[in-house]
Design a binder for this molecule. Structure first.
Ligand code: HEC
Length: 186
């Protein structure tokens, strides 16, 4: 009787042992798989954000083209003759440039680092100077920026934009070089 019951007990015990071993193996599988997923996600996230912050600072810095001093000088002359009367002698803009006028135009903004000219790509700046601010016009907004494409040659328009770039700091130059990649001068 004793042997019978112990013989019967043994396989039952080892079966549950085997089950425990199987269960703990699965716990390990799941744990290590989970750790692996967390690790890979972390690495992917790091890689992605690293690439992005590099392209916003490092790559933009590398894209900054040195300005041609002769083109900048020429642009200064173009600016003084065609832009200064509205945008100010030192491109400082009108003091109230953020406040819309009664006729729903805006006063001329600054072109130095305090304005937002440097947010625009080379291609867009060229189109604004050539075709005027009316390229922006939407209901409720009218532009008082004249089209100067008839008065200025393509080289003069590029020169005046070079002059505006000479008024910006490294941060503005870097940003503007980056956005110009997709929309360069025509
Ligand atoms: C008669 C006045 C006047 C003259 C002259 C003028 N502008 Fe403007 N300009 C404006 C006004 C007003 C605005 C703002 C309206 C708008 O955003 O469309 C403006 C806007 C701009 C903008 C867009 C700025 C931004 O941050 O979006 C650029 C670039 C610009 N002017 C460049 C020039 C250049 C370069 C010249 C000379 C070659 C010039 N402007 C001559 C009145 C003038």
């Amino acid at each position: 009787m004793r042997t019978f019951s112990s013989e019967e007990g043994k396989p039952r015990e080892s079966r549950s042992k085997r089950f425990m071993a199987w269960k703990s193996r699965w716990v390990w599988y799941v744990l290590s798989l989970g750790t692996l997923i967390v690790l890979l996600t972390g690495i992917a996230f790091w890689w992605f954000t690293r690439g992005r912050s590099q392209s916003q600072t490092g790559d933009g810095d590398a894209l900054i083209q040195p300005l041609n001093p002769r083109l900048v000088e020429k642009g200064r002359g173009v600016y003084e003759a065609n832009c200064a009367q509205c945008h100010g002698a030192r491109a400082e803009g009108q003091p109230n440039w953020r406040q819309q006028n009664a006729d729903s135009t805006y006063p001329p903004p600054p072109h130095d680092s305090t304005g937002h000219t440097w947010h625009h790509s080379d291609g867009l700046l060229y189109r604004i100077v050539r075709d005027g601010g009316s390229i922006y016009e939407t209901p409720g907004f009218k532009s008082a920026m004249p089209a100067l494409g008839d008065r200025l040659s393509p080289e003069e328009m590029r020169a005046v934009i070079s002059y505006l770039k000479s008024l910006w700091g490294p941060k503005e130059r870097s940003f503007q070089a980056q956005v110009s990649l997709e929309d360069p001068f025509p």
